[in-house]
Design a protein around this ligand. Structure first.
Ligand code: NCD
Ligand code: ZN
Length: 351
């Protein structure tokens, strides 16, 4: 087989990204803006983005933090709570900058305390989302402490997602950062209005990476990485050309001290190599030709947004990853810190 040493694709978008707030935004958004045309910005700030007005203000802060001349588009999401009203959904759907609402089961992940405590009570909100055409992004894990942490996604799919799809068959749903074979199979068996994002780190590591020679807090994210057979299912889905599966990095920056702690928080920072890591995963699966659809087309198509028209070029050339990146007034440890990524984005400036 011919070895591909350079790959030019239409500019990708990132359909799941955490940028945080304040001075932190500028430290991380430049990495995304160098690679991606736009990104779906997660609303799990402290306090969360629960109204269209807050989303508008947050978007303004992101635009202010962008490098000069950047065309990067932040697409905003609304954080659903027990108190979200159908009116707020209508407001969200009636502007062009909020494009989805995010369901966090309360307590499932970082800054999800204000999330939804009883999904059965959200029927009127989901009805409004169908009515006004606002997609639902889902953090797909149950919070029941009696459920094994590695089973929380599969149990969510069976107990929670499946009834939502059954009762709201016209609702557009994205199962965010899918990590299991059960999740992939469920999405495949649904109508085209149900899709999923896949992160690069879940394509590149299985749960062994959490304990490689000792506890590895920087590989800890939620949903937590699963067994190798699940990683294989994610690879198959990503390279299949099925438009239900598209790119969402879930790049989730945390200060070094918050990860390297007695109770370290969840999240992998991958934005600094946001497309290169996917190229590595697709290349290992001999499927570089499938990267463009997954990274640059299917997500935009799902959200009914224009595909980017300019291109990026990746070259097969290892790039060293620094130990630390600035993060507001502290610093963060990027994915592969001290190691390298096998592909380099052409024209990459100072990193
Ligand atoms: C995310 C974060 O830090 O905001 N963490 C993570 O482990 N992925 C939240 C999330 O997307 O679950
Ligand atoms: Zn996330």
């Amino acid at each position: 087989m011919k070895v591909v040493n350079s790959l030019t694709i239409k500019r990708p978008d990132d359909w799941h990204l955490h940028l945080r707030d304040g001075a932190a935004i500028a430290s991380v958004v430049r990495h995304s803006a160098e690679r991606f045309g736009g990104a779906l910005i997660m609303p799990n700030l402290k306090p969360p983005i629960t109204t269209v007005d807050q989303a508008f203000e947050y978007r303004r802060r992101i635009l202010m933090a962008l490098p000069e001349g950047s065309q990067f588009v932040p697409y905003m999401t609304l954080y659903l709570t027990d108190n979200t009203t159908p009116e707020e959904i209508k407001l969200a759907a009636q502007n062009s900058f909020v494009i989805a609402a995010k369901l966090y089961p309360a307590g499932a992940t970082t800054n999800s305390d204000g999330g939804v405590t009883d999904i059965k009570k959200m029927g009127h909100v989901f009805d409004a989302m169908v009515r006004w055409g606002l997609p639902l992004c889902v953090h797909g894990e149950v919070t029941d402490p009696s459920v094994d942490i590695f089973d929380r996604e599969a149990v969510f799919v069976e107990r929670v997602l499946s009834p939502i799809v059954r009762d709201h068959s016209d609702l557009k749903i994205v199962l965010e950062h899918v990590t299991t074979k059960e999740g992939v199979d469920f999405v495949c068996n649904c109508d085209p209005n149900v899709a999923a994002t896949i992160t690069a780190h879940h394509l590149l590591m299985n749960r062994n990476a959490l304990f490689e020679g000792g506890l590895r807090p920087h590989n800890y994210c939620l949903p937590v990485a699963k067994r190798e057979e699940h990683r294989q299912a994610l690879i198959e889905a990503a390279i299949s050309g099925n438009p239900k599966f598209f790119l969402g990095t879930d790049s989730a920056p945390h200060a070094k001290g918050a990860k390297e702690a007695a109770c370290g928080c969840a999240g992998c920072y991958t934005a600094h190599a946001g497309i290169e890591l996917y190229a590595e995963a697709f290349d290992k699966a001999n499927a570089l030709d499938m990267l463009e659809g997954f990274a640059s087309f299917y997500g935009a198509d799902f959200y009914g947004l224009p595909r980017n028209t300019d291109t990026i070029t990746l070259v097969r050339q290892p790039r060293q990853i620094t130990d630390l990146h600035p993060f507001g007034d502290s610093s963060l440890v990027p994915y592969r810190a001290g190691g390298s990524v096998a592909w380099t984005l052409e024209g990459l400036g100072d990193h």
